[in-house]
Write a protein that binds this ligand. Structure first.
Ligand code: GTP
Ligand code: MG
Length: 207
């Protein structure tokens, strides 16, 4: 999969604003500050397609990006940011639920976790939620540049154990900063050997 073109389409707060052209989607979820927006910028080779910030809670809306004129990347708002009010949290929950409850064109969800940290309760809930709704999931450990190899192996084990991944589930280690692991991730997301066209849904109802 080679990404040749990417464009921002819309920041949505409610389903009426989602794209309606039924193109397939690939979503990115995870804690605030874990690196979702940075990853989308890195994958698309665009430094500023998505806003990135040192301040957690940057992405508060559901952002849709059209890739290669054929499918969408969806940047979902992060969770677990302590300084968010109850009202904001409730808004987040409603927004995520509205999106995840019924999105048959959603092919795969990348759940991002920080490679240095043990997945949190929120990560576990999110992982459970994705599976409950019947979507395929890939675990992405971010900020690989922050650890040496031994630490990475140790922490990957911790991530695997905490999320109770089975042996067939891969952890993709990436660094958006150093542009490491992008090919692995694309290979996983698009099941590359991909001669296939990701814009064509496999036709299986997801829910
Ligand atoms: P929210 O929008 O708040 O949900 O955050 P996000 O998950 O979109 O995170 P974002 O991409 O905005 O990155 C948060 C911070 O992590 C920024 O300061 C990034 O520069 C930094 N960051 C992201 N990816 C990497 C990486 O691969 N390595 C390092 N060292 N820092 C990174
Ligand atoms: Mg973001």
């Amino acid at each position: 999969m080679e990404i040749k073109k990417s464009e921002f389409i819309i920041s949505a707060v409610k389903p009426a604003q989602y794209p309606t052209d039924n193109r397939v989607e690939y979503a990115f979820v995870g804690r605030s500050n874990v690196g979702k927006s940075s990853l989308i910028n890195t994958i698309t080779n665009r430094r500023k397609l998505v806003k990135v910030s040192g301040t957690p809670g940057k992405t508060r809306l559901i952002n849709f990006f059209l890739i290669n004129d054929s499918f969408y990347f969806v940047d979902l708002p992060g969770y677990g940011y302590a300084k968010v009010s109850k009202t904001e949290q409730a808004k987040w929950g409603k927004m995520m639920e509205d999106y995840l409850v019924r999105r048959p064109q959603l092919q795969k969800v990348a759940l991002l976790v920080d490679c240095r940290r043990k997945p949190t309760k929120d990560d576990l809930l999110m992982y459970g939620w994705i599976k409950h709704f019947g979507y395929e999931v890939v675990i992405v450990a971010t900020k690989k540049d922050k650890l040496n190899r031994a630490e990475l192996v140790k922490n990957n084990k911790l991530i695997r154990e905490t999320l109770e991944l089975d042996s067939s589930e891969e952890i993709i280690n990436i660094s958006s900063l150093k542009k490491i692991g992008v090919k692995d991730l694309l290979g996983n997301m698009f099941n590359d050997s991909s001669e296939g066209d990701p814009s064509i849904s496999n036709g299986n109802p997801i829910l």
